[in-house]
Design a protein around this ligand. Structure first.
Ligand code: NAG
Ligand code: NAG
Ligand code: NAG
Ligand code: NAG
Ligand code: CU
Length: 407
């Protein structure tokens, strides 16, 4: 059976309308699953390269993305120390540049980094559990990457955080969060005996109990230990089930330390390599895919998306509105985008173009009721960057404004 499938996969890979070969079973063993995931990622990368090369040869290239312009986004742990330092330098540079958002609208913005946070806060209820969730966050992450490149001289691309890796290593021991100078900073200071997290209740959903992490306080190590979080909280889940908002409002100036509460247990429970593979291989339409990825919370599942956010924890990491205020957000959402990209390329004709590529409505879980999302709808990142773009131009990472892949 396995051999037959491998032969079939090889034949498919060789044919012109090559589909990416998929594993015949999803391993429960996390190391096996991780290596299957990486094979799938590499095959997807290869397929994009082959397609661009074939189009160039036949001169049927329709867009402006060519092989020579193609940029590759990579996993944090595969970057050299100097590459990671350059990324960190550029993020800090963004934090040192003046904001573009009018302070009449958002009194709390202090820098360019905050522009992105303010936009996310402003649009939260129309970009999550909506039909534009994936395309909005793809565009947003790309605009952030572009700001790092264009405004801060960053030479690399937006790195991603493969949660399947940190589930195995333990977050605290990973190159992502070990607190070294080449990490995205480490854990928060230890707050002993933190009670469980209780999610969902504030949104009127059944409670989900999650273990609190190993930190909880201000980040004490690495490049971002002294950064100031300026906006929020807006809806911050804290241990014990308490949800916190700044009474002065979501846009008030409220400088405070960056907090983390690294929780490998949550990472391992929801965002391990097996669940990543399952999210990619099981759902057969966009509705099922985005539900699986975000987690059917009404069934006690926070999905790989919630798994990453809540494993990072802290303030603003566990704040649904303000989460981009932790610079690790963009590594997390690059991985979300990578998972979508792999899923799309398993059937690009229905998943990366046309009306079958989107599902959902314009409001959070359709509350209040709103029209279905259309690929003709616009998304924008407000004062942060860019111009409004139609969803249909954001469905392919090698079309519209984009020209990147993941490896
Ligand atoms: C970080 O903040 C602390 C306390 O304000 C200060 O003592 C320390 O010098 C700062 N470190 C850096 C690297 O800015
Ligand atoms: C991986 O994640 C899935 C889905 O959340 C979970 O059911 C499974 O128990 C996890 N695997 C391990 C080994 O923890
Ligand atoms: C909106 O989408 C749902 C689910 O796909 C579908 O059943 C419904 O007919 C759509 N509504 C309109 C007005 O197109
Ligand atoms: C928030 O969104 C509204 C409606 O789209 C817009 O008019 C306003 O300028 C936005 N504010 C910010 C700070 O982006
Ligand atoms: Cu978001």
């Amino acid at each position: 059976m396995r051999v037959a499938n491998l032969v079939l996969a090889a034949l498919q890979a060789a044919s012109l309308t090559s589909a990416v070969p998929t594993p015949d079973a999803i391993p429960a063993d996390l190391e096996d699953a991780l290596s299957q995931l990486e094979s799938l990622g590499t095959a997807t990368y290869q397929q994009v390269e082959d397609t661009l090369a074939a189009e160039a040869k036949k001169r049927t290239l329709t867009g402006s993305c060519t092989l020579s312009k193609l940029r590759v986004r990579r996993e944090w742990s595969t970057l050299s120390g100097n590459e990671r330092k350059d990324y960190i330098r550029a993020v800090k540079c963004l934090m040192s540049k003046p904001a573009r958002t009018p302070t009449s609208l958002v009194p709390g913005v202090r820098n360019r980094f905050d522009d992105f946070v303010a936009t996310h806060i402003n649009q939260t209820m129309s970009i999550h559990w909506t039909g534009n969730f994936l395309s909005w966050h793809r565009y947003y992450t790309w605009l952030y990457e572009k700001a790092l490149q264009d405004e801060c001289g960053y030479k690399g691309t937006q790195p991603y955080w493969n949660w399947g890796l940190t589930a195995l290593l333990g977050m605290e021991n990973s190159p992502h969060f070990d607190g070294s100078e080449t990490s995205m900073s480490g854990n928060g200071a230890v707050i002993p005996n933190q009670p469980d997290l209780i999610l969902g209740v504030s949104a009127g959903l059944p409670a989900i109990y999650l273990p609190a992490g190993t930190g909880g306080g201000c980040v004490t190590s690495g490049p971002f230990k002294n950064m100031s979080v300026n906006l929020g909280p807006v809806s911050l889940d804290t241990p014990g089930g308490i949800n916190i908002a700044n009474p002065a409002g979501p846009f008030a100036y409220n400088p405070r330390c960056l907090k983390r509460d690294l929780t490998t247990a949550i990472n391992r429970m929801f965002a391990n390599a097996t669940s990543i593979l399952t999210t990619i291989l099981e759902p057969q339409n966009i509705d099922a895919f985005q539900t699986k990825l975000q987690g059917p919370v009404w069934n006690g599942d926070i999905g790989i998306h919630g798994g990453g956010h809540f494993a990072l924890g802290g303030d603003p990491g566990r704040d649904f509105f303000v989460s981009p205020g932790d610079p690790a957000f963009y590594l997390h959402h690059a991985m979300i985008d990578r998972v979508w990209w792999i899923w799309q390329l398993l059937d690009p004709n229905t998943r990366a173009k046309g009306s079958s590529a989107v599902a959902g409505t314009r409001t959070f879980l359709n509350d209040p009721p709103s029209p279905n999302t259309s690929i003709e709808d616009f998304v924008d990142a407000g004062f942060a960057a860019g111009t409004p773009r139609k969803i249909k131009d954001l469905l392919s990472t090698t079309g519209g404004p984009f020209c990147y892949v993941y490896l």
